[in-house]
Design a binder for this molecule. Structure first.
Ligand SMILES: C[S@@+](CC[C@H](N)C(=O)[O-])C[C@H]1O[C@@H](n2cnc3c(N)ncnc32)[C@H](O)[C@@H]1O
Length: 308
């Protein structure tokens, strides 16, 4: 089977016209996938279970900051030498050793091991174009290697882009991208766990996080408070979140166990719903991760704004 606009429209909870409008150029090339037969599915579930048992990584634990520093420093050194923006795709997308992923809550097998990157590129083009068209400035927090900001600069060459992260190696990559590609991108250090209130957002801004809230291991109150204090026009998160998994679906249930063992943040939607009840914010759109890696679904979309 092939990924097409009709499949994407269902997964993004929108219509085919909108998918074609925002993503057509990105779905030109074929992206093939197959659902698994019973034996393949069974074997894969055993593999996932053993990976869950063996996994030792704990998010936001001691030493994780240094790991991020080192990881992005490696990327910085590679990008310094090869000057290739494709080197900015983090290894957690490019180093998937298998060709099994998730699509619409089911395990699938794919031909192209870059399936996740390709899907992410289609997906982000949809939500970048849908939600950021009206703002003047876009801030990504926990921006890592800046590959999202590079894509944003192609879509919106005139908007001001800002990238931040808590490790210096990331900021060095962002500064190098800005210089080399001559894009409207500024960068600054920022710890989302301990927000620096002196950092003020410009008027008419959007905030974006992608796999960054997940890194706070549930300690997100200070960051949400900071975001609200800055009065951005719109906030878009693409993050893991326990609430989106279907507990009656085995693939989903395994994803939920895996992400809770690692202690990824899982309470973002829960906290936002509480704020919505108090009339502080309005949740505009939610969408269960349309696709995922073998182990979990990390791309749930949550879009919200602050009530006036
Ligand atoms: C999974 S990566 C995602 C990077 C990027 N947003 C992307 O989509 O590829 C998580 C990022 O969050 C950053 N991070 C982790 N904890 C953070 C914190 N407390 N404050 C700011 N950034 C943090 C890491 O350095 C890393 O760049």
């Amino acid at each position: 089977m092939n990924i097409n606009s009709s499949i994407l429209a269902k997964l993004f909870k929108t219509n085919i016209t909108e998918v074609n409008k925002y993503c057509k150029t990105k779905i030109k090339k074929q992206l093939k996938f197959n659902y698994l037969n019973e034996k393949e599915n069974n074997d894969l579930i055993i593999k996932v279970l053993s990976k869950i048992f063996e996994d030792k990584q704990i998010i936001a634990s001691r030493g994780r900051k240094n790991k991020w520093f080192q990881g992005w420093n490696e990327t910085l050194n590679i990008y310094r030498k090869d000057k290739n923006v494709n080197s900015l795709f983090p290894k957690f997308y490019t180093a998937r050793e298998n060709r099994y992923f998730r699509l619409g809550g089911k395990f699938i097998k794919v031909k192209n091991s870059n399936f996740e990157i390709k899907m992410l590129d289609i997906y982000r083009n949809w939500y970048f174009k849908k939600y950021f068209s009206k703002v003047d400035n876009i801030y990504e927090f926990g921006a890592g290697t800046g590959h999202n900001l590079v894509e944003l600069s192609k879509i919106y060459p005139k908007k001001k882009l800002f990238g931040s992260d808590f490790v210096l190696s990331s900021i060095k990559i962002l500064k190098l991208i800005s210089k080399r590609k001559r894009i409207n991108l500024q960068s600054f250090r920022f710890d989302m766990m301990n927000p620096n209130k002196k950092i003020k957002l410009l008027n008419n801004s959007a905030i974006y996080t992608s796999g960054a809230i997940e890194q706070l291991s549930g300690k997100i109150d200070k960051f949400i408070k900071y975001v609200i204090s800055q009065k951005p026009k719109i906030i878009v998160h693409v993050e893991p979140c326990a609430d989106f998994y279907d507990n009656k679906n085995l693939a989903d249930y395994l994803g939920k166990i895996f992400q809770s063992k690692r202690k990824y943040t899982s309470n973002l939607l829960f906290k936002l719903k509480k704020l919505e009840k108090k009339n502080v914010i309005k949740i505009i759109k939610t969408c269960k991760s349309p696709f995922g890696s073998l182990m979990m679904e990390g791309y749930n979309l949550i879009v919200w704004k602050i009530n006036k």
